[in-house]
Structure formats: C-alpha cells, structure tokens
Design a protein around this ligand. Structure first.
Ligand code: SGN
Ligand code: CA
Length: 693
C-alpha cells in the first residue's frame, strides 16, 4: 500500500493548524513554486537536523498516513516544504548516514553495509561547516563504528543503543542516563542549544534510535492505540508471486520471523522461558535494564492484551493479524515519541525567536520501512516503502511554506544543500546536488532518475544484493549475485504496490532497454564498479567486487562467507599456495581458500586466516561443524603465506601458515578437486594468485 502517495494532505493540515492557532505564518496551501525573498546560498542559517531511524513516510500524517498523527512533523511540513519523492541510495542505517555526511553513494564513501567502519578522514558536511565557523554537535544514534569526527560536541549510543536507561559514548568515556532514549536524546539536544555560543551559527544533529526494532516505546506512549485496531495494509498476505523467488525466502515476514517476546513483547510462560532463542533472551536483558517503576508501567500496559492472547491463542491468519497489530502499535508508539521530540525542539525555537529566525529545521529518517506491507517488517529492498525517506524542512521567512517538492531527491543531496546554505564550495567529487534551487522554488533542470545499491546480501534478513534505478514512473532492479541473477521491473503507475514484475513482459521491452541504459549510465556517472564480478569465476556469492592488483586479486566481500571458484582439476595429492592480507580498516573476519569436488559447488571446504582472531582455520564441507583452528603469530599487517595440501587418497586436507598446522578430514566421496578459489568475509582481502603444485 502506498498511503504515502495519497493526494496532498495540505489543505486539511493547514485548516487544523489554523484552527489551533499554532501556525502563525501565512500558509499557502497549493501554491506552486514561490521565490524566496533572498538568495539562500551563503545565508549561513543554523541547521537543526532531527533524524530518526526506520521512520517510513507512510507513518507520517503529512505524507498521508492512514495509521497515525504526527502533529509536530506536520508542522514543519506546513510551515515549510515536504519532499514528496525523496529516496535513499541503500536502505540501511549506517550506509544512509555515511551518505548523508559525505554526499556520496556507498561504494564511494566505503560504508556499504552495517558493520563497516566509517573512514572519518573523508570530507563530511559537519567537518566543512566546522571549518567555516559553525559550531557542530551530534547527539543520539551514530552507528558508524569509528568515533565521530567534525563535531565540537558529541554524545552517541554505542552501536544500536538501548531504549531504556541507555549508555552514551562521549569524548570523556561512557555514561549511562536514566530514562528513555528518545526523551534523553531530545534533552541532550536542548541542553546543548542552551549552552552553545550564541554568536556562531550551529549545526545540531539530533538523531533518534526510535522507531528502530525492537520497538520499546517510552512510558507516556504505552497507552496509545489501545482502544482500536489499526488498518491493515492491502498486501499483508502477499504471496510473492510475480516477482523473484528470493522474495519468499527473505527473513522479514511478520508471520514467520517476528519473535513473540523480543519483537512482540509477550512475556514467556514458564515452559517457554526454559528454551528461549537468542533474540528472546535479549528481551529478558532489556527488561532487566528497566527500573522497577518502568517495568511496572510496562507490564500494566500490556497485561490484559497478553492474557487475552494466551487465552484465545489465535492461529493462522488471525494470529498474523494479531502480530501485525502488536507490531504496528509499538512501532507507532515509538514514532509518537519522536514526534514529541520534534514538538519539544520546535517549542524551544518558539521560545527563542532570535534563534528561530535563523534556523533551518529538517526532519528526516535514514530509510523507510515495511509496515506490514508485503507481509514484511524491516527494509533493504528497493520497494518504495523502504526506498522512500521522509524529508521536510522549514525556515519561516526564508523558505516559502506550504509547498510540496515533487522532484526526485536523494540522501546524497543533503550535504551539498547544507554546504551551499553555508556558502561552502561543494567538493567536486560529491554525487549529490544542492536542493537550494528547489527550496527557492526555482524552475531548474533536475535529475530524471535515482540510483540504488544494496549490499548486505546473505546477512540478517537475507535480502539479495541489488542495484537499480527508479524514475518517476518505473523501477528496474538487478539482483546481480550469480545465485539469483534476475531482474524486476515495475510500472509504478499501473502497479503502485509493486506486485507484478514486467521485466519479461514483451510490452515493456523498450522500457526495459531504456532503463537498462539509464542504469548503466548512472553506474558510470557515479563510478560504481561494485556489483561487477569477473565472469572467469564460475561460481560466486556474497562478493561485491574483485579487481586484479599488485600481482594478485583484491576481493571485497560485504557479506559473511563470500566466495568465488574457478574450474580446476587435481587428483591424488595436490598442494595450493597463496598469500593473503586483510585490507579492511578493521579486520573483522577472514580470508580463505575454497576447494570443491564434483558439480555441487555449494559443498566446499575452506582453509584460511581469521585476521581479527589471528587464527589458522579449516572447515567444511558441512559448514563450520567440522571446523578446526589454531592460533598464529601475526603482526596484523604483513601478508601471510598459506599452503594447503589435499590428499584425496588419505582423505585429508592440511593447511599450514606461520609455522602452524591444522588438518581436516575430507569426505570419502571426494575423488578429485574440481574447483578452487578465494573467499572472504566482511572484509577486503588481497590474495596472491593461487599456485597449484
Ligand atoms: C538489527 C535488527 C535488524 C535490522 C538491522 C539493521 N535486528 O540487526 O532487524 O535490520 O539492525 O537496522 S535487532 O534484533 O537488533 O533488532 S539498521 O537500521 O541499523 O540498519
Ligand atoms: Ca535504519
């Protein structure tokens, strides 16, 4: 369902605020572009950037939500502008944030998937603003692994952070604060506003954890939506027909993948408590973080519903419906907290009119989210529900309000916009375009398509890697990993819910050809050569890039267990050798040599180095069950020579490196080695050519 594409909700909003007397400026409901009085470029406003995590447009009333009201966010939209077609370039937290900071798509800023480490030596808009006299501050969720750089002040959650009584990392170390993450982040933002230097412009990034999974609302919001069922999306029971097969193997279905305790907050029975899964155990830890009073409020809010659920024990579709209601209500309760935060910040500005007069207020979120659409929660796909990012901005007196901007905009545009407003020349390498002309209501030539590239592949939720292009009418997606190698094409006008791919429909042959060309041109324009795999390798998975370099090959794997193989025949005793070295900023995982027998190349053994743990490891063919490892001495930098000897008569594989040796038993069915190759996990690894002796 695309409630975020509903007709303009402005008139209704304008009426509501006019009645309440909240909106003092003159609101122009359906006015076309209006010229701002003064040029915005170089006007050096303060920038109050309020940002949330996973907040979908279709959970914002200004975007036409059928589910909830977000009066404070709407107030920004009414007094300012709403970007109707704003998209992310990679629907995931860390990548979207890295893009916002740098104005670059993921492949160029190096942060392709969560768990990558942001290279903070790059140009970011906070750094550049700092250099021209801005005060810069960041509070709340960061999630980029390296320490924030370019901020005079920062106080961020470690990793994803906690909702209740969270810890914060600061320049001075770790502190814990009592309360809910959303309210604390707001309070920290206001605290900073109060004590900043009033003589300098500022950029304040107030970044919420909410409404990220698992959805733990603050106490004041626990009572919302108690008395009614919320509307279900039309596609709650999607059967995934008419699209690629991977749709059905994705692990983000409300029905199959939301856990009862961690996600849906139903306390375990005594019997369940003895056999909790990993996530459900985490839920117990989260409860343990709450104070007694918080826990009492929490339990009281859910007790009656939980009892009814246990008593009635719904099954089949009824159970899915119940799960949807529990999920969406807690999600929206978390959204209500975020909206309250926006309201508090706007109220602070109202109380400080001299600051307000110079402040651009922005509300956005890192990507969208499935709200039961297609039976899903989470994001990652290129579907509009998660591709869209909310974006509203206001600067009364400078940006004509009550307008909707229809042009295709993207998170690559944020940094160029803030820089142009501050009068900083844009680094030529930035991919984004400044939104200033659109804010000024100027009639300018604009882009006709946005680019997308998602990498996480076989990690959490198992969504295939993909890149694609979206225009205002069509969307073409290429699932480029060899195990999928498929396309989807959607006609958004005829099929706004994206239920039927017309990639192979003869009627769309020309459209597909044009979009393919457009997609290639965008990849070229942005310099994205990731997602390109050398066809010389016959089987690959989870590898996003490989290039020949320094007499070897650099393999960039943004997933666990990425590997590629090439045909080879070896009988009797065969020895392979190579050198490898981790090139990643943080050598988390490993580099390994992969060997397969017969045609079933999903069955392989591997021998390699775990760079982080400093271990020599062998395992396979049945995954890691047969794993053996031994510690090695290594300075963390030098190349390591690995020698692997396979003896098919003795059914053994022996790996040696740095003077250590590990052995693996091979299946007796292995008659010959038919393929070998390199593999890597979550890292960029350099391999010297494999030599067969
Ligand atoms: C966690 C969540 C996932 C979510 C990712 C990424 N699981 O792993 O559901 O997709 O974060 O989200 S949870 O059990 O920890 O809640 S992101 O917004 O940070 O990219
Ligand atoms: Ca997110």
């Amino acid at each position: 369902m695309h409630s975020c594409c509903a007709p303009r909700p402005y008139l209704a909003l304008v009426k509501r605020y006019a009645v309440k007397g909240l909106l003092l400026v003159c609101v122009l409901a359906t006015v076309p572009a209006l010229r701002a009085q003064e040029p915005l470029a170089g006007s050096r406003p303060n920038i109050l950037f309020v940002f949330s995590d996973d907040h979908a447009c279709h959970a914002i009333s200004a975007y036409g939500s059928r589910l909830n009201q977000t009066p404070a966010i709407d107030r920004i939209a009414v007094g300012g502008v709403l970007f109707r077609s704003n998209f992310c370039g990679n629907a995931l937290c860390g990548p979207s944030r890295a893009t916002i900071l740098t104005g670059l798509h993921s492949h160029a800023n190096g942060f392709c998937r969560n768990g990558n480490v942001f290279d903070s030596s790059q140009a970011t808009f906070p750094k550049l603003l700092q250099q021209v006299g801005y005060q810069t501050a960041l509070v709340g969720k960061w999630h980029l692994e390296s320490e924030p750089v370019g901020f005079d002040h920062w106080m961020v959650f470690p990793d994803q952070g906690q909702y209740y009584n969270p810890e914060f990392l600061t320049k001075q170390g770790r502190v814990q604060k009592a309360g809910h993450a959303t309210d604390l982040t707001t309070a920290l933002a206001i605290e900073w506003l109060e004590q900043r230097d009033p003589n300098k412009p500022f950029v304040l990034m107030c970044q919420h954890k909410a409404p990220h999974r698992n959805w733990l609302p603050a106490e004041p919001d626990l009572g919302l939506f108690r008395d009614r069922d919320l509307p279900e999306p039309a596609t709650l029971f999607d059967d995934y027909r008419g699209r690629i097969a991977a749709r059905a193997s994705t692990e983000m279905e409300i029905a199959r993948h939301l856990t009862l305790h961690y996600d849906l907050m139903v306390p375990p029975t005594a019997a369940e408590a003895g056999q909790l899964g990993e996530l459900d155990r985490a839920w117990s830890q989260q409860r343990a973080r709450m104070t007694a009073a918080q826990r009492t409020a929490w339990d009281a809010a859910f007790a009656a519903e939980d009892d009814a659920f246990r008593r009635e024990n719904p099954q089949g579709k009824e159970r899915v419906r119940w799960m949807y209601q529990r999920y969406i209500k807690n999600y929206l309760r978390c959204v209500a907290g975020v909206d309250r935060s926006v309201g508090a910040l706007l109220a602070w500005l109202d109380a400080h009119p001299e600051v307000k007069a110079n402040t651009l207020v922005v509300y956005a979120s890192d990507q969208g989210f499935f709200l039961g659409d297609h039976g899903y929660y989470d994001k990652r796909w290129m579907d509009d529900e998660c591709l869209r990012m909310p974006l509203v901005m206001q600067w009364p007196g400078h940006i004509a309000g009550g307008r909707e901007i229809a042009q295709l905009t993207q998170n690559i545009d944020f940094a160029p916009t803030f820089l142009e407003l501050a009068g900083v020349p844009l680094p030529a390498t930035m991919h984004g375009k400044s939104l200033v002309p659109l804010l000024e209501g100027r009639d300018v030539a604009w882009r006709d398509a946005v680019y997308y590239h998602y990498y996480e592949s076989q990690a959490t939720h198992r969504v295939p890697a993909m890149y694609g292009v979206r225009t205002d009418r069509y969307k073409l997606v290429h699932y480029y990993e060899p195990q999928w190698h498929a396309y989807e094409l959607f006609d958004l006008q005829k099929d706004p819910d994206e239920l039927r791919s017309v990639a192979d429909d003869a009627a769309y042959k020309d459209v597909r050809a044009q979009l393919t060309k457009r997609l290639q041109a965008l990849r070229q324009e942005y310099g994205d050569d990731t997602g390109t795999i050398d066809p010389a390798f016959s089987l690959t998975a989870g590898i996003t890039r490989m290039v020949a370099a320094d007499g070897g090959v650099r393999v960039w794997a943004n997933a666990q267990g990425g590997y590629m193989l090439k045909p080879l025949t070896g009988e009797g005793a065969t020895t392979f050798s190579t050198s490898m070295r981790s090139l990643a900023a943080r050598p988390l995982r490993n580099g390994f040599v992969v060997l397969a027998a017969g045609d079933n190349r999903a069955e392989f053994v591997r021998a390699g180095i775990e760079f982080g743990a400093k271990k020599l490891v062998v395992s396979g063919p049945a995954g890691s069950k047969s794993r053996r490892d031994i510690a090695i001495e290594w300075d963390g930098k030098a190349a390591i020579e690995l020698v692997v000897t396979v003896n098919l008569a003795a059914h053994t594989l022996v790996a040696t490196a740095q003077g250590q040796r590990v052995e693996l038993e091979l299946p007796t069915t292995w008659q010959s080695v038919t393929a070998c190759g390199f593999g890597a996990s979550n890292t960029e690894t350099w391999f010297q050519d494999l030599v067969v002796r």
